[in-house]
Each structure stands twice: as C-alpha cells, then as structure tokens.
Ligand binder design. Structure first.
Ligand SMILES: Cc1cc2nc3c(=O)[nH]c(=O)nc-3n(C[C@H](O)[C@H](O)[C@H](O)COP(=O)(O)OP(=O)(O)OC[C@H]3O[C@@H](n4cnc5c(N)ncnc54)[C@H](O)[C@@H]3O)c2cc1C
Length: 408
C-alpha cells in the first residue's frame, strides 16, 4: 500500500487526502493550521468568465488548468460534488455557464458551482429582492449592499430589520455565533414566529450566510417552508460559514476513510541521507520544540501561498517555499510585489512553484526535482487566482491530478 503524506489542511490538502484514500492509499495529512476555507465564499470559482469551459482553452500554456487538462478539472469537480451530495450539502452549477450572486460588499460575483443557499440567490432569476438585517451583526451591512448593488444594476426593493433572540451581547457577534444558534430548533421556531408578521408581500429574502453549519439544508428548507418565501444566503466577511461547512464535511469524510490527521504540526524539511536517487524518503515534522521524521513513498505539498505559510517572504527579498525550499517564481524587486491598491494586480499572489503536467515541482533546469514529490493548489505559480477568479477550480483540479499521477 502506497503511503502518501499530504502537507496542508486547506481545500487542496483535504480534497487530495480523500481522493488518495478512496484510491486505496495509506494517507497521512499534516498541517500546522487550518487553511483558507474560512476566508472563502464557499463556492467553486472556476474562471470569472460567462463560459469558463470555453475560456479555459485560451489560457497560457503554463497555466495550471492547461497543465492538468480539462478532463482532470471535470473529474475533480464531479468528485467534489459527489462528496458534498453524500453529506447532504449538494452543489449545483455548470462548467459551461457561470451564475452571479451578491457579495457582502454589494458587488456582483460570478462563480461556477454553489451550495443550495447561495444558488437561490442567482441574480439571473430576476425576482424582486428584499434583504434582512440582523442588528448587532457587524459583518453584514444590507444598506451598503443595497447602495452598491444598484450601481451594479441589481435592484433591491428594501431592507427589513429582523430581530434575533438573545444575540451574543457582551461582544460583537461573528457569523459562526449565529450559525450555531440557527442549529437550535427551539430557537429557530421562536425566530420564525417573530419574523412572520414582518414579511408580508416579501417573496425573496436575502440573509447573511449563517443558516446553520451541520444541518444547513434542513434548516434552510424549514425556514423557507414556515415563512412561505424563497430565502437565499449572501456570504459574509470571514469567518465564512459556507467555507467552514465545506471544511467540516471534508475533514469528516477524510477521517471516515481512515486518513491519519496530524494537526498543529509544521513540516520543516525532507528526510535527508536515506534518499535513493531523486526520491524523497519522507518529511521532518516540528512541534513544541522537537522534531520527528515521517517516512513516505510519496509526498504531496498542498501548503498554499503566503497567508498560511506555504510561501514565506524573507528579509533578503526572496520568497521561500517553506518545506523543501523549492525554486519560487516572483518579481526580483520587493516593491513590485504589491499593487497600488487592494483592487490592482498583486504580483505576490501569483508567486509560486512551477510544476509539470504531472504536478511534479520543477528545478531551475525545468526537470522534476524528485520523482515522488508532487504539489497542488495555492502553492503553484502560473495564475493570478484572485484576479481571474479561479481559486477553488485550480485547487480541486491540481489536487486530483497530483494524486492520480502519484498513485499511477
Ligand atoms: C490571502 C488570501 C485571500 C483569500 N481570499 C479568498 C477570497 O476572496 N475568496 C475565496 O473564495 N477564497 C479566498 N481565500 C481562500 C482560498 O480559497 C484558499 O486559501 C486557496 O484556494 C488555497 O487553498 P490551499 O488548500 O491550496 O491552501 P490554504 O488554504 O492556504 O491551506 C494551506 C494549508 O497548508 C498548511 N501549511 C502551510 N505550510 C505548512 C508547513 N510548512 N507545514 C505544515 N502545514 C503547512 C496550512 O496550515 C494550511 O492548512 C483566500 C486565501 C488567501 C490566502
């Protein structure tokens, strides 16, 4: 049985762990912290174009989608959707046609695959929209959404104040606080009773995406049925509940498949001295002042970019890959790493390591550095995932491709 060590607990690492375990590998997944899913809107962005599947073919040769090929992207998405469906959190959408939804900042965002709550907010449906406001919730400002979305051509009829029972009162409430309250059926019953008289004539209501973590679909349907209106969710500022729902499902599924999860431990290098030829013998883990060695047949890096430690910006103007010190492509001059404003191109976000079409990291000679080392997700160079709206599509496609190449 092949033993694969996957480094990283974000979308890429968790999805890769499940794909590998499903294929019969012995999987150990190591990560020092949770990945970026709590920052994500919880949808699968493939490419911010009206027809991603058509536009993908026009991307440059070194782009991750060109390296994996469209078949890997399709299969990865199909696998991801099966996993979510199995967990009663089904995703809808098409590769050939994007859908548009409202963000917490009032902008209109295109994506490819969405969970049920966000799918109901598809702006192409054209029905009149009312937004709900929860007083005391700092990460959702419906009046700002109303004002800004008008500029984007979306008409929001009005904003309604919706009371909540006992919101956490000694501090600002986070979306996760409300999501947990919505899990409580008695609390929900009381909320529905209070809201009913406030919603005459409302047919479609947008709420912050906090309708439960574990039982979202059930909760969503119950509230819709009880109020007799269509309800959709708008992803909030972090922590993002739709992102956390995905993280929870993937973690549970990985554990159910026997993946050994080592959380809170950094991987600081490879085991040296025992490597035969161009193979990695395993990795060195570091936690609370001691190091241990973990042998592996295959290592897959899913350590992400700068935020979660896959790439580290150094004082010497170099960006270093944190585990194997693989060559990283980035602008030589540090002042060129960031754009003029948040909304300009950020060169640091495209920094990453180059891989071949098998997802093997390449050395400066453009040859694979190790025969049994693979990489996927936010660690890869070749795309500005934020600007082109391709984060999760790249994470899934490259993770799927890397595992299949590694396991043969
Ligand atoms: C700056 C930033 C902004 C984002 N904005 C958005 C957004 O606007 N919309 C959106 O949908 N999503 C956003 N995301 C989330 C995004 O979906 C994911 O972060 C991204 O897709 C990469 O996923 P990943 O699994 O490859 O890496 P990550 O999610 O970054 O996960 C990396 C994992 O590797 C672990 N790790 C790293 N180095 C080591 C090491 N040496 N040893 C052990 N473990 C290690 C980390 O602890 C973490 O578990 C953002 C993320 C970042 C970083």
């Amino acid at each position: 049985m092949t033993h694969i060590i996957i480094v990283g607990g974000g979308l890429t690492g968790l999805f890769a762990s499940i794909v590998a375990a499903d294929r019969g590998a012995k999987v150990t997944t190591v990560f020092k912290g949770r990945g970026g899913l709590s920052l994500s809107h919880g949808c699968i962005d493939v490419l911010d174009r009206s027809s991603p599947s058509r536009s993908i073919t026009l991307l440059p040769d070194h782009h991750p989608y060109q390296l994996t090929g469209k078949a890997n992207l399709k299969d990865a998405i199909s696998k991801f959707r099966d996993l979510m469906l199995h967990a009663e959190y089904p995703f809808s959408g098409k590769l050939s046609k994007s859908m548009s939804f409202l963000t917490a900042l009032g902008s209109v965002k295109r994506t490819s695959f969405t969970p049920p709550g966000i799918a109901r907010g598809d702006l192409n449906s054209g029905k009149s929209i009312v937004l709900g406001h929860f007083s005391g919730f700092r990460d959702f400002y419906p009046w700002m959404i109303q004002k800004r979305s008008t500029k984007a051509g979306v008409r929001i009829a009005k904003v309604i104040d919706l009371p909540l029972l006992e919101p956490p009162d000694r501090r600002d409430a986070y979306s996760t606080d409300y999501a947990l309250l919505f899990e409580d059926s008695e609390w929900r019953e009381e909320i529905i009773r209070m809201w009913r008289p406030l919603l005459p004539g409302v047919r479609r209501l947008g709420l912050p995406a906090v309708l439960g973590v574990r039982n979202h679909c059930e909760i969503h349907e119950e509230i819709e049925d009880s109020l007799g209106i269509e309800i959709f969710e708008i992803p909030t500022l972090p922590p993002s509940v739709p992102g956390l729902r995905i993280e929870r499902i993937l973690l549970r599924q990985a554990q159910a498949l026997g993946v050994k999860i080592i959380e809170g431990v950094g991987v600081i290098g490879r085991i040296d001295g025992r490597s035969r030829g161009k193979r990695v013998a395993g990795v060195v883990l570091h936690s609370t002042g001691r190091t241990i060695q973990l042998d592996a047949d295959v290592v897959l890096l899913a350590t992400g970019g700068m935020l979660n430690g896959g790439l580290v910006a150094q004082q010497d103007h170099r960006i270093r890959e944190s585990v194997f010190d693989l060559p990283v492509l980035h602008p030589a001059n540090r002042s060129d790493w960031v754009g003029l404003s948040l909304f300009h191109r950020q060169a640091y976000a495209s920094a990453g390591i180059f891989v071949n079409s098998r997802m093997q990291p390449l050395g400066l000679d453009e040859k694979p550095m190790f025969k049994n080392l693979y990489a996927a997700g936010g660690l890869l160079a070749g795309s500005d995932r934020s600007l082109e709206g391709s984060r999760q599509g790249i994470d899934l496609a490259t993770a799927y491709c890397a595992v299949n190449e590694a396991l043969g």
